[in-house]
Write a protein that binds this ligand. Structure first.
Ligand SMILES: [Zn+2]
Length: 258
């Protein structure tokens, strides 16, 4: 895989949630102490603490988006998400879809192209707006060849059935760590996006799961995608409460494109 040449194996493995040797186990229940989880295969600091940045990082995600300020100088987003026959993955922490290796779909931020490698769901939402927590949140994870990561967040609301989300739910394996490959199921990725795609919040943040790596550019759309109550219940039957709590902004500004 060409990405491996540039991006650290460790972070890429975390993004794809492949099992990697000696990766320390973590859970949402103990999220406040992710940073102090020890990797017992290691003997020296800092390697003993593979997730230290979860605790000491100053640019962590998710955050409360309520303090956003409208900016007129933000890039346009362009979604070149093609249909794909992906792999369906139960990571043990989330329902995830891994795009196929030759997938050409990408997110354009201005003129910068970010290839889409996977998407996954959190319940409830990780990003919040003031006191408003959404029923769920969808993350599209994009990784450029040089390792730069951009994540697009879509907040999910209760409404009508989403047929593409239904296909994902029906193809996700029941057991954590199980991957359904060669499913021969086509997914229309764009059908997971809301209709209005030109307004978003943006800030610099991190992965919201260990190793919580920073340097991630976040884009959270202001419009939401609808799923039905039944579909939310089905999602919860896989994972419920797989959302990291909001993190401190620490002087970061949240810009809003309108
Ligand atoms: Zn996520």
């Amino acid at each position: 895989m060409k990405l491996m040449t540039n991006l650290s194996n460790y972070v890429l493995a975390a993004l794809l949630t492949l099992s990697i040797a000696n990766a320390a186990e973590w859970s949402y229940e103990e999220q406040k102490r992710w940073g102090s989880i020890e990797d017992h295969s290691q003997h020296e600091v800092p390697h003993i603490y593979p997730y230290a940045v979860c605790s000491i990082g100053q640019h962590q995600s998710p955050v409360d988006l309520a303090t956003s300020q409208v900016s007129k100088r933000l890039n346009n987003l362009k979604f070149r998400y093609y249909a794909d026959k992906p792999d369906f993955f139960n990571t043990g922490h989330a329902v995830q879809v891994n795009l196929s290796n030759d997938y050409q779909g990408e997110l354009l931020v201005g003129k910068e192209a970010y290839p889409l490698i996977q998407l996954h769901f959190h319940e409830p939402s990780e990003h919040v707006i003031g006191t408003k927590i959404f029923p769920a949140e969808l993350h599209f994870v994009h990784v450029r060849d040089d390792g730069k990561i951009a994540v697009l967040g879509v907040l999910l609301e209760i409404g009508k059935d989403n047929p593409v989300f239904q296909t994902i739910l029906e193809n996700t394996p029941p057991q954590g760590g199980e991957l359904k490959q060669d499913s021969d199921v086509w997914l229309s990725i764009t059908s997971l996006l809301p209709e209005k795609r030109d307004e978003y919040y943006t800030l610099a943040g991190s992965l919201t799961t260990p190793p919580c790596s920073e340097g991630v550019d976040w884009y959270v759309l202001t419009d939401t995608t609808e799923i039905s109550e039944t579909q939310l219940d089905r999602l919860k039957s896989f994972f419920s409460g797989n959302a990291r709590l909001k993190q401190e902004l620490n002087n970061r500004a949240i810009a809003k494109k309108k």
